[in-house]
Design a protein around this ligand. Structure first.
Ligand code: CDP
Length: 213
């Protein structure tokens, strides 16, 4: 079974996707970490998104063991990730990684921006997570604060809006809800309520043979 979870920055999709994967006993892939790792490896090589060949090389050579590096969660890496993400050859290299991941015997849960539209268009269930921008900024601010990173909430909001705009307007695999994705608005939901709502949606789809809203 493949479950695709997409949505904008800090919408809660990562936390949700991880919990959904644990619930169904499926492998989980945070696809944002692939873009973040590509950006990190480019920066380590003293390069950036303007060097397309280097960016592609970084995307092709991702070390799976380096995907839980806490540095990947830093705001600068998120910004750099959204600058390498529009490069079609980078997306093509990472697409191969993602497709390999989800062809395992059990299937998988993947979260990102283009899982339901490009990576797994035939996923059994597609969720698109949204939340009010200010609420998302508040969540990300608290997350960063807890990890000791000092940024004002206004800075976090501005970064998030800039990144969302870049993700939505790029030519290659933009952030968009797949037509057959089920929308879940987590603006007024905490983690537990979002999780319950997501499982209800998924069970509804699995129970009625995959009908969409
Ligand atoms: O955690 P957050 O939602 O802030 O970001 P992320 O999911 O780690 O993604 C970081 C960046 O990678 C995004 O802003 C996108 O530019 C890019 N990305 C993408 O283009 N496609 C994906 N499937 C996942 C991430």
């Amino acid at each position: 079974m493949i479950i695709a979870v997409d949505g904008p920055a800090a919408s809660g999709k990562g936390t949700l996707a991880r919990k959904i994967a644990a619930h169904y006993g499926l492998p989980y892939l945070d696809t944002g970490s692939l873009y973040r790792a590509t950006a990190r490896d480019l920066l380590v090589a003293k390069s950036d998104h303007e060097n397309v060949n280097e960016a592609v090389r970084a995307a092709q050579n991702i070390d799976p063991d380096s995907l839980d590096d806490p540095k990947l969660r830093e705001p600068g890496i998120g910004e750099a990730a959204s600058l390498v993400a529009p490069i079609p050859q980078v997306r093509a290299a990472l697409l191969q990684y993602q497709r390999r991941f989800c062809t395992g015997p059990k299937g998988a849960v993947l979260d990102g921006r283009d899982i339901g539209t490009v990576v797994c268009p035939d996923a059994n269930v597609k969720l698109f997570i949204k939340a009010d921008t200010k609420v998302r900024a508040r969540r990300r601010f608290l997350e960063l604060e807890a990890s000791g990173l000092m940024m004002t909430e206004a800075q976090v909001l501005a970064d998030l809006q800039k990144r969302d705009e870049r993700d939505r307007s790029r030519h290659s695999s933009p952030l968009v809800k797949a037509v057959d994705a089920h929308l879940l608005d987590t603006t007024n939901l905490d983690i537990e309520s979002s999780y319950k709502a997501a499982i209800e949606l998924i069970e509804g789809v699995l129970g009625d043979g995959g009908k969409t809203d």
